[in-house]
Write a protein that binds this ligand. Structure first.
Ligand code: MN
Length: 491
């Protein structure tokens, strides 16, 4: 359901008329070559559109206004191949409402020492042209990503790729719809927040729906649809004996399949991108959606439990950033600790709803009691998360402003089999270590709910926070508690 290939990034080169048509033709040809080369990169899924060379304030303002109204345009790349006096850019940048990346590159990689003359200097002068542009962006206090280096440099391309994915996620969030089935878990603080402020910052709307609205969709599921989905379960997962064809809990698997189909139809027909539920509001549902939430997340929907709409929307946003990348993104909760000198670690999980996109190895389909909520036992997928570098990200409402808190972790394979743990889980080492990492997280007010990511680096989240203009607190191997405390006090 996530397709970022339709998205466009408009590549616009700034210049002026001073140089004459011959030079401007070269500038246009160079732009075309750079755009072609970026599009040829298989990592970049969005399409980069060459929108030519702009040389007057009128052209600049016009292209900015047109890009605002173009629904597939998710952002722009600006490059000043030559000198483009930046007062020409003021009106355009003031009306532009899409994010942009300032590519500080130069057509020529090397200085041709034996041949360099004034013509070369006049053509290859982004070194000062881009500084003029940078000044006006800073003067206008516009957040943007600045990428420096030759356009064939793989590190430059990677930065453009990351930004293009973040712009895609931002574009998705701007029209995102979060369905809140049931309210916030009673008395919980961190999952609350200002939904109006969130819509102003991130763009997505959050609206409540009764469980009855969902029940109507579940009632409409036919036996044939339910049986087809069970066939899919059986061909994809290791099914526990109780849930097999002649198992004592087969009926619960049928209920779970009906819930998944009904919930999926509810999401599609409402054009929702994320959803939440809560075990406290399940009137008419036989079991808390477990496998349904897990599999819908795996299809690209955002999800978080206990009415946590901020985390649900964040899971969706991070899934869009990661479109097509190896590894997964999942709703997660810091669950329990392993305190052992020198190797303190966290076992992350949730009651049920961890996305199988992060699984390493077999995924089992099992049924166990939930212990809370007073409903029938829910069916869920059980697995270990794959080992490797990962991070946890959370968004909290600090009252009047949103803050993202990120912690880098290393996921490891549990040494033991955990035969009695009835949930999917991830075991990780915190950076810089559990003592300081958790201390920093708690001081920054980070939530217990997060989006756990195996394929997004900090740069994605830094870019995103710049794009939506919110604060980010990163806890990694360089974190020092005293400077973090000073920062939090100042911010
Ligand atoms: Mn929870």
């Amino acid at each position: 359901m996530i397709d970022i290939c339709v998205n466009e990034i408009w590549f616009i080169t700034g210049s002026q008329h001073l140089y004459g048509t011959k030079i401007l033709r070269k500038v246009a040809a160079h732009t075309e070559e750079i755009v072609k080369s970026l599009n040829a990169n298989s990592e970049i899924l969005v399409s980069i559109k060459d929108k030519g060379v702009v040389t007057t304030p009128e052209e600049i303002t016009a292209i900015c206004q047109i890009s605002n109204n173009e629904k597939n345009c998710i952002g722009l790349i600006f490059w000043m191949h030559t000198f483009s006096p930046a007062k020409m850019w003021i009106n355009g940048l003031k009306v532009l409402d899409k994010p942009f990346l300032h590519l500080h590159t130069q057509y020529n990689a090397e200085i041709p020492w034996s041949k360099i003359d004034m013509d070369f200097m006049n053509l290859n002068q982004s070194a000062h042209g881009d500084r003029e542009f940078g000044f006006i962006c800073s003067r206008l206090k516009i957040n943007r990503k600045v990428v420096v280096g030759h356009w064939k440099d793989s590190k430059v391309i990677e930065k453009i790729n990351i930004w293009s994915r973040v712009a895609s996620a931002h574009h998705d969030a701007k029209s995102g719809k979060v369905a809140r089935i049931g309210d916030n878990m009673r008395e919980v603080a961190v999952t609350e927040g200002d939904k109006v402020e969130a819509q102003i910052k991130f763009g997505y709307s959050v609206n409540g729906y009764g469980v009855g609205d969902l029940i109507e969709y579940i009632k409409m599921v036919s036996d044939a649809e339910m049986k087809n989905l069970i066939d899919e379960y059986e061909s994809t997962y290791l099914i526990s004996d109780q849930l097999k064809f002649d198992g004592v809990k087969r009926g619960s698997l049928e209920d779970a399949a009906r819930i998944e189909i009904g919930l999926g139809n509810f999401m599609r027909e409402g054009s929702f991108t994320s959803f939440t539920d809560t075990f406290e509001n399940l009137h008419g549902l036989t079991q808390l959606p477990g496998i349904a939430a897990q599999r819908l997340m795996n299809q690209g929907y955002g999800f978080a439990g206990e009415g946590d709409w901020k985390t649900a929307a964040l899971v969706r946003t991070m899934k869009v950033m990661a479109a097509g990348l190896k590894g997964g993104n999942s709703f997660m909760e810091d669950y329990t600790y392993h305190f052992l000198h020198g190797s303190d670690r966290v076992l992350g999980s949730h009651m049920l709803e961890i996305c199988p996109s992060i699984a390493g190895g077999d995924v089992k389909c099992e049924i166990h009691p939930l212990g809370i909520g007073g409903k029938e036992d829910p069916v869920r997928l059980v697995f270990n998360a794959a080992a490797g570098e990962a991070l946890n990200a959370s968004i909290v409402d600090m009252g009047g402003r949103m803050r993202m808190v990120v912690n880098n972790v290393t996921t490891i394979k549990p040494k033991e089999g955990l035969p009695y743990l009835p949930t999917a889980r991830a075991l990780w080492n915190v950076k810089p270590n559990l003592k300081e990492g958790a201390q920093a997280w708690i001081l920054a007010g980070g939530a217990h709910h997060t989006c756990f990511s195996q394929n997004l680096s900090n740069e994605y989240l830094d870019d995103y926070c710049d794009m939506v203009d919110i604060e980010i607190v990163t806890i990694d191997e360089k974190t020092d508690i005293n400077s973090l405390k000073r920062y939090l006090k100042l911010s």
